[in-house]
Ligand binder design. Structure first.
Ligand code: 4AD
Ligand code: MG
Length: 432
């Protein structure tokens, strides 16, 4: 065995003999030469095995090698312009680690259910690999952005006793003798954290027992939740558009091959730079009426077709601001400029990917907050930590939550959020 490297280090080893630990993605061969498509997690590479150079015995092994067999493969790294990764290997030796027999996901097309049942293996495919690399880049750029902007990362609890986004979609569990719920949002805790640290963000799993079977809904998804003390809603919108621009530009910069592999139209992403357009909910209703949507009235929440119709008017993500109070959660600050509305916004991604951010200014007046809790039939005792924040140095503050999987779907250009979570939890799917 020569020096062990990974495929993404090839540039530094051109002309040298090295060993790769790899799996076989695919293979072509003739009587004298075999082409092995390798993957090692860091990249993809073609290995060329020539019978004359390697000898009868090893050539036979190479020719018979099966998909997903693992091996150590040794050879000389060459530049190769035809390869996306730019390099290939001229093989001098190979050693099978484990022979894979009858790998279920063959290069032919498979149905979605079959692929979802084999998600643990499907993750190895080039396409799924590219989506996870983009997800990783968005996470990396998120930490970079918020650290650069002076935010502190705070981790809210996952087991909770209260419900920020309404009680109908809660996962219920026992907490010894007490009732507990899986967190739907860390927001209320992040508000407490903002009063201690000024600007904070969280990144963690959230759970919604939503009986929705759509391309945008997961039961378990990851959310990034920034919260900022002394920020009015307009200040928060600025952070949102700068943050979203930052992650899109980071993916364009650092995931070129992944986007290419997915066939993503990157021209559309290039345009995603702050500022983003803003329209009010009331204007959005008017736009929908003009587009002959008869199924919606002022006061109704938007469905996917409405959001898509509005988004199609813009090249950029669009903020819909100031929704009616009665269709939003209890904690949103009233908008005195338009009665019956609150200071909030949903950010709607282009190309039909729907809402990727929900955010608002939070009520900072104790009496009003207590009134809203009552209106929403919420037990004040369960929220006393939250009302406390309005008793001791209450300040205007705003925040938002960005859904990671929907954002990955949009930036990657994949149709359904099930491909943007490594092991998606969906209605009727808890396996693998
Ligand atoms: O709009 P939501 O419900 O807002 C909140 O939870 C606020 N407490 C956030 C905050 O202000 N700190 O959810 C925020 C985002 C949505 O815009 C969407 O991107 C994502 O979370 N989301 C989902 N993603 C996948 N599957 C689901 N079932 C989702 N529900 C919400
Ligand atoms: Mg929302």
């Amino acid at each position: 065995m020569a020096e062990k490297i990974s495929i993404n280090q090839s540039a530094d080893y051109v002309g040298q003999t090295v060993t790769l630990g790899a799996w076989i993605l695919n293979k072509r061969s003739s009587g004298k030469i075999a082409f092995l498509q390798l993957r090692d997690g860091t990249g993809f590479m073609q290995a060329v095995v020539v019978k004359e150079d390697i000898g009868e015995e090893l050539f036979k092994t190479a020719k018979g090698i099966t998909q997903e067999t693992s091996l150590y493969i040794t050879g000389v790294i060459k530049e190769d312009e035809r390869s996306d990764f730019g390099y290939e290997m001229e093989v001098t030796d190979l050693e099978i680690i484990h022979e894979a027999v009858d790998y279920p996901i063959t290069p032919k097309a498979h149905g979605t259910d079959f692929l979802m049942d084999h998600r643990h293996l499907w993750l190895r495919s080039k396409r799924q690999h590219a989506v996870m690399k983009i997800r990783n880049e968005i996470i990396r750029a998120t930490y970079e952005f918020f650290n650069k902007e002076g935010f502190t990362k705070i981790d809210p609890p996952i087991l909770t006793g209260s419900a920020p986004e309404g009680t109908s979609e809660l996962f219920h569990t026992k907490y010894f003798e007490e009732d507990a719920f899986l967190s739907q949002s860390g927001q209320l805790y992040m508000e407490a954290a903002a009063m201690a640290h000024g600007k904070v963000f969280s990144f963690g799993p959230t759970f919604r027992a939503e009986k929705s079977k759509t391309r945008r809904h997961l039961i378990e998804f990851w959310m990034i939740e920034p919260e900022m003390a002394f920020y009015e809603h307009a200040d928060s919108l600025k952070v949102q558009e700068e943050y979203v621009s930052y992650i899109v530009q980071s993916v364009l910069e650092n995931c070129k091959l992944d986007l290419k592999l997915l066939g993503r139209d990157t021209e559309k992403l290039e345009k995603v730079k702050a500022p983003f357009p803003r329209i009010t909910y009331t204007e959005a209703i008017k736009m929908l009426k003009e587009m002959d949507f008869d199924d919606i009235e002022w006061g109704d929440d938007f469905g996917a077709p409405h959001e898509t119709a509005i988004a199609n008017h813009f090249d950029l993500p669009v903020f819909i601001i100031n929704y009616p109070t009665k269709i939003k959660p209890f904690y949103m600050e009233p908008n005195e400029e338009e009665e019956g509305t609150v200071k909030c916004a949903d950010l709607i991604a282009p190309e039909g990917y729907g809402e990727i951010i929900g955010g608002s200014e939070r009520i900072n007046d104790l009496a009003l907050l207590e009134e809203r809790l009552k209106e929403h039939d919420l037990d004040p005792a369960a929220y006393s930590y939250y009302t406390d924040l309005r008793k001791y140095g209450s300040v205007p503050h705003s925040g938002f939550g960005l859904g990671l999987e929907r954002t990955v779907a949009w930036i990657s250009g994949v149709e359904h959020v099930r491909e943007t979570s490594p092991f998606p939890r969906l209605l009727n799917r808890l396996y693998p």
